[in-house]
Design a protein around this ligand. Structure first.
Ligand code: MLT
Length: 243
């Protein structure tokens, strides 16, 4: 029987962020991806997922902002989540410097026409340096941003600015948990994932080599393999890139 699986996208992203996973995991998972363009807080996003998900219980994976939402879901409804995957995310709250950078991006998005300047500024942080010139990858990222739109971008940034410190809640997570990140993630660093994996009982840390923040698109084969192992609970011996 297929497992219900909820995949939560990050800032300025939509279902296309998970395109390779939807294609690769269809034989073992029934996937649902929420639309996070209308809510103004992480709490509202979590409530929308819990209200709108077509499953009562579901494996839950979130990338970046999607991870912030997943941690909020664990606070509110852990009994509905038999498995958790936190990808390229962090449990810490915003620093004043990060908030300042977000406010600057909001100003840019509002004053410029379209998203080109915003995505151009963000791109070197979103993907590994070797992929900044990858036209098809960049196209997917720009298209997701255009579909998200400026108003939703502003709401998502406000939600992210006010996200809570999730670290105190991680020790209460009792389900099998995968923590995964690109080794060169420039937005949510490897150290944040090491911290989450330390705080969540029994969590498994998987590092994807030569990979930035958008691991699902940058290194789909590796991420698909890690998610398949997580979903099927198969206990591989520690492979390269995992510890
Ligand atoms: C995301 O990808 O969701 C964002 O980069 C998260 C953030 O800026 O904190």
């Amino acid at each position: 029987m297929k497992q219900p699986l909820v995949l939560i996208p990050g800032l300025l992203c939509d279902a296309a962020l998970w395109g390779p996973q939807v294609a690769a995991l269809g034989d073992i998972a029934d996937v649902w991806i929420p639309d996070l363009r209308t809510q103004s807080s992480i709490r509202e996003m979590a409530e929308a997922v819990l209200r709108e998900a077509p499953f009562q219980r579901f494996a839950l994976a979130g990338l970046s902002m999607g991870g912030y939402v997943a941690m909020e879901i664990m606070r509110r409804a852990a009994r509905r989540v038999p498995r958790l995957a936190l990808l390229d995310t962090r449990a810490t709250p915003d620093t004043p410097e990060e908030t300042g950078r977000r406010l600057e991006l909001i100003r840019l998005a509002r004053t410029e026409r379209g998203f080109t300047p915003v995505t151009s500024r963000m791109l070197p942080l979103l993907v590994h340096p070797s992929r900044v010139g990858d036209a098809s990858l960049v196209r997917i990222i720009r298209d997701m941003a255009e579909r998200t739109g400026i108003d939703a971008f502003v709401r998502q940034q406000a939600a992210i600015i006010h996200r809570p410190d999730s670290r105190p809640d991680l020790k209460a997570i009792g389900c099998p948990t995968l923590v995964l990140c690109g080794r060169e993630d420039a937005i949510t660093a490897l150290a944040s994932h090491e911290e989450m994996a330390r705080l969540i009982p029994g969590a498994r840390l998987h590092v994807v080599e030569v990979c930035g923040h958008l691991s699902t698109l940058e290194r789909p084969e590796q991420v698909n393999r890690a998610l398949r192992d997580w979903l099927t609970g198969s206990g591989r011996k520690t492979p390269v890139g995992e510890r």
